[in-house]
Structures are given as C-alpha cells and as structure tokens.
Design a protein around this ligand. Structure first.
Ligand code: MG
Length: 386
C-alpha cells in the first residue's frame, strides 16, 4: 500500500470581525448553540481524508478557542490574515504535512463534498479552490450613481477551503512582499506562477460577514429531532436511603442497588443516552466497577447530558413516570423537577414528572420495588449521526 499524503486543515479564526459591529468576533458568536468556529472544525475532523486540524486565533482568545474545540490544536495567529496563515503553515511544515486546506472560520457550513472536490482538484495542480458563478449583474458604484456594467463572463466568486501542496503555499508566502496585503492564499500561489484549479463551490458556504448573515445562518442549520425512552426498576429494602429524582425522601425503606439506586434518574439517563444511540447506563458506568458503589446518580445524568451537548445537541423535553404504591410522590414533585432541571441545565418547564400506582398489582403494587419510565426528546444539528 502506498503511503498516503499527510493532509491538514488550517482554520483561520484570528480576525476581529469589525463589520459585525463590535463585541465578540463573529467566529465566536453563537450559531446553533455552538460558536461559529466549531462547525467547520467539526466538518474537517469528521472527514476521513483530513489527518489533523490546526486553528489559529488571536492571542487573547487562545483559552476560549481551546475550550470550544476540546482536544483541538490551537495556536496564536498574527496581526493580519496573511501573517496568521504563515504562522499556521510553519507549524504544519514541522508536523510533516504535505497538503493543506486553508479555511475561513466565517464559512461554517462546510460539507464533506466540498472537501472532496478540493482534494480531487489538487491532484493535477498546485492548488484548488471552490468557486461559484456570479448570478447578479455587476456594476461600478460612481459616488452612489450607477456606473459601467462589469461583464460577468468568466467571473467567479471564490470561496474557501483553498487546498495547496504545502511547499507551494509556503514558497508563495515567503516570496510575497511584506508591505502588500493579499486577499487570499490562491492569489499568492498564482503570483509565483502556480496553477490553482477551480472546483464547484457551494452556496451554503457563503461567508458570514454582517449581523443579518448570522440570523440567516442559524436558520440554515437543520435540526434532527430524536426521541428515546428509558426504563428501570430497583428493589425497596430496609436500612436504605430513598433517593428519587435526585432528592432524598424520608421513608421507612429505600432503594437498593450498586449506586444510590435512584431509579428515576437511571431511567432518564437511559432515555437521554438513547437519543444519541450511546448504549445504556451500564455501558458507561458498569456495576462491576467499584468506583460507582454508592455513587450519586446525578453524575450519570450529567454525563448523558454532556454527551448530547458534545454533539451540539439540545434537550427539548423530558418526561418521567414513577410507578410505586408508596411513598406519595406529589409532595416531592417540585423538588425533583427543580433538581432534574438543574442537573440537565434546562428550564423547569422542560421537565415533566408524574406518578402512578399499579392498584396494588404486581411488584410495585406489593411495595417490593419502584419502577420508572422516562422519555427524552432532543434536537441534534443536521448531519451529526451518532
Ligand atoms: Mg438502575
């Protein structure tokens, strides 16, 4: 098998985004529950051909970027876009990278197909970039009066990621005059006589520049709704504390189990894990593991919520039905709802908790144990199959 070229993505996110109107730079603004920067990083990370992803950000945003991209490679950029790219390229050269895709963080909707096309375009050129035809009429602005029409023939709108053989783009940066700015890296490679192939761009890849773009971008995010259920039973025994829905309830018996045996939180944890097809509570916290002996079940629930958040997901609603003859759940319902909402980091209005008996029938009716059914509904950003 021949050795495959080492391919990296370099995301440029060091800009101040002045056209967004002050405050937080656009690449750190919320888009579908995650900072904009997250999305293109995620697209590269999940592409099988990309071996590593380096993000360059302003020095004072290093910690923030590392928190947004856990485990991601983040380095400080420079004063200009060109300098930021140059710094990134130096890191990638040291890492033995042979091809690089340079991308603007302000283009969050990067598809695997665009990455594929750019990589394919580089096979027979020094570089490749996505481009789209111009649909609108182009004209010159002569002091707010219509000037000449600019012919559209042969004119394209260029996008990123722009892919290059590393040596070609490093040489282009080295040769570029220090006092001149470049609009993009392709222009620099071309100046040295390099050939940059044009491949089909993507309308979804539009650059987000103005605040209105951000609203439009949020609307462009597609969400997938997932619903899953959980069910659990624990035995009631003497000399046990009764933890239910994250609350300690005074009762003459308690639930027994390896952890604190909070049957309500266990059922809900399984429902949440189900929404991302992440197995069940035993997969993540095996009863054979002594560290979970007597453990507070709230941490199991929080773990499931974090796995959902890691996928950019949102918990829309959870609903629990506690099945027992005693104790009475009503007096503790508000405290349980408050605790579950707190553990999940959602509004109490998104937590429903109900109780029923089984008319003294079955094990719950005989008071031998307590059962709980739970249902969870979450939204995941489009394309994030578990
Ligand atoms: Mg259990």
């Amino acid at each position: 098998m021949s050795q495959k070229a080492k391919i990296a993505a370099l995301i440029v996110a060091a800009g101040g985004g002045s056209r967004m109107g002050g405050g937080v730079p656009k690449q750190f603004r919320d888009l579908g529950g995650r900072p904009m920067l997250f999305w293109s990083h995620d697209a590269f990370l999940s592409h099988p051909a990309i071996d590593m992803v380096l993000t360059v950000v302003a020095e004072d945003r290093l910690d923030q970027a590392r928190a947004i991209l856990p485990g991601g490679w983040v380095e400080p950029g420079g004063a200009s876009r060109r300098e930021s790219v140059a710094r990134g390229l130096r890191h990638l050269a040291l890492a033995g990278v042979e091809q690089v895709l340079i991308h603007d963080a302000a283009r969050p909707f990067l598809s695997a197909e665009v990455i594929d096309r750019v990589l394919a375009g580089m096979a027979s050129a020094d570089g490749a970039m996505p481009a789209l035809p111009v649909a609108d009429t182009l004209a010159r602005d002569r002091d707010a009066v219509l000037g000449e029409i600019v012919p559209r023939d042969g004119v394209v709108r260029v996008q990123t990621p722009q892919g290059f053989h590393l040596q070609a783009v490093v040489a282009a940066h080295a040769a570029w005059p220090a006092d001149a700015e470049a609009t993009d890296d392709a222009q620099m490679v071309r100046r040295l006589g390099g050939r940059v192939a044009l491949v089909q761009g993507d309308a979804m890849l539009e650059k987000i520049t103005y605040p209105d773009d951000l609203t439009g971008a949020d609307m462009r995010l597609t969400w997938e709704t997932r619903t899953a259920m959980g069910y659990d039973v624990h035995r009631l025994e003497d000399d046990e504390e009764l933890w239910l829905g994250g609350v300690l309830i005074p009762h003459h018996q308690g639930l027994s189990g390896h952890s604190d045996a909070d049957v309500a939180l266990h059922a809900l944890t399984d429902a949440l894990l189900g929404t991302i097809a992440a197995g069940d509570i035993g997969t993540h916290f095996p009863p054979s593991d002594p560290q979970w002996k007597g453990a507070e079940s709230g941490q199991f629930l929080q773990h499931a919520a974090k796995l959902i958040a890691d996928k950019g997901g949102r918990i829309d609603f959870v609903d629990l039905t506690i099945i027992c003859e005693a104790p009475k759940i009503g007096p503790h319902r508000a405290a349980m709802v408050a605790r579950i909402a707190e553990l999940l980091g959602i509004d109490q209005g998104r937590v429903s908790l109900k109780a029923t008996t089984t008319e003294r029938l079955g094990f719950t009716g005989r008071g031998e144990g307590i059962a709980t059914q739970a249902v969870a509904t979450v939204r995941l950003p489009g394309g994030s199959a578990a």
